[in-house]
Design a protein around this ligand. Structure first.
Ligand code: ATP
Length: 370
């Protein structure tokens, strides 16, 4: 059992307030990912859980024990770093068993655990090699093996894949997920890569400027972001955010996107959005996949679902599975996704369908999704 609880955690580095009183409960066996832009406080949070940074205020519990004053070696955690931190003069076996030897675990038990971890990680044939005889991905596995043999209550990962090339990173991501499914150890994982966060996590914590913006499952974060920051951070290409006026015609609501484009708000959203009609600084949040070319939609029988307009396409980017199309609205670049079979020549209009049943209305002043 290893629930990790953070209660009103604050971290100052001299004058810098790096973490601003965060509350978080990480469930037993959960894979939780901390994600956010550089400097948001995710590494500091992880290092406070590990005991590598002092906590300025608040409490951290591992299980039922407050660990604020417990040294890292006694917290029953294992940390995997970006730079692997393997001992170069030791073999893989020695690297993996070193921590257990220090703890005076019996030799037969050490061997059993190293063999078991090597089997899980598929590195049984590498146990006699030195780190310099391994590829980056293999070194990363050894670093994980060293964590697994300790059978800790919690795994802490600090950007473990950022030294690997793009292809290997994707491969190792899948490996890490598989390993967690086998060992089920409570895991806290830090990354700045939102795709890594979404693919690995049971729940993702999005941090920004030392606070938590949202804690949710990947699906919820994507479909129901609660703030402008989360809406813009999760998803690639990013969600379009178009300044709009919300007009109440009595019978329904309209969005005026400028440049002569007006769209009807779906009836089921009218009651929710009506109180915001006439408000300044509203943004329409619409993901590129909800702005698609009408021609291929009507072939698929879906044209009735949305509303159309015909912007002049600036640039199109064929991606294989789809073609990204870019156009301007009020001087803002907007991205849509068209079928790869449709021609999208620059400088020509293209009829697009906006699926407003998937829209978000964002108050740019408060930064909240309404
Ligand atoms: P990155 O992805 O760049 O590592 P991060 O989200 O992990 O970013 P932290 O390393 O936790 O961010 O840093 C949070 C804030 O604390 C930043 O403003 C950073 O400059 C500051 N900070 C981090 N470590 C120290 C330190 N040892 N001394 C002073 N300030 C620090």
């Amino acid at each position: 059992m290893a629930v990790v609880t953070l209660k009103k955690i604050v971290k100052y580095y001299d004058e810098t307030l790096a973490v601003r009183g965060i509350d978080l409960e990480i469930a037993d066996k959960e894979f939780l990912v901390l994600v956010g832009p550089s400097g948001c406080g995710k590494t500091t949070t992880l290092r406070m859980i590990a005991g590598l940074e002092d906590i300025s205020d608040g409490e951290i519990l591992i299980g039922d024990t407050v660990v604020n004053d417990v040294p890292p070696k006694d917290r029953n955690i294992a940390m995997v770093f970006q730079n692997y931190a393997l001992y170069p003069h030791m073999s893989v076996h020695q690297n993996m068993s070193f921590g257990l030897k220090l703890k005076r675990v019996e030799r037969s038990e050490i061997d059993r655990r190293v063999q078991e971890a090597a089997r899980i990680l598929d590195i049984e044939s590498l146990l006699d090699r030195k780190p310099k005889q391994l590829s980056g991905g293999q070194r990363q596995r050894v670093a994980m093996g060293r964590a697994i043999v300790r059978d800790p209550a919690v795994f802490l990962f600090d950007e473990p894949l950022s030294n690997l090339d793009a292809k290997l990173r994707v491969q190792m991501r899948t490996e890490i997920k598989k390993i967690h499914q086998k060992v089920r150890t409570t895991t806290v994982y830090v990354t700045h890569d939102q795709v890594e966060a979404m693919t690995l996590a049971d729940r993702v914590v999005v941090m920004n400027h030392g606070v938590i913006e949202q804690v949710d499952t990947p699906q919820q974060l994507y479909h129901n972001p609660r703030t402008k920051f989360v809406a813009g951070f999760i998803g690639s290409p990013a969600m379009n955010m178009i300044p709009v006026s919300l007009l109440d015609s009595g019978s329904g609501l309209k969005l005026d996107l400028g440049d002569g484009v007006q769209l009807q708000v779906p009836a089921e959203r009218t009651a929710q959005y009506r109180p915001h009609a006439g408000k300044a600084r509203l943004l329409l949040g619409l993901r590129p996949e909800h702005l698609t070319d009408t021609a291929s939609l009507s072939q698929a029988g879906g044209a009735a679902e949305g509303q159309t307009f015909s912007p002049i396409i600036d640039v199109s980017e064929p991606m294989g599975m789809e073609t990204l199309v870019y156009f301007q609205l009020q001087g803002i670049t907007v991205c849509g996704k068209a079928s790869p079979d449709v021609e999208a020549p620059s400088g020509k209009p293209m009829q697009l369908t906006a699926k407003l049943q998937n829209m978000h209305l964002i108050d740019d002043e408060s930064g909240l999704v309404l």
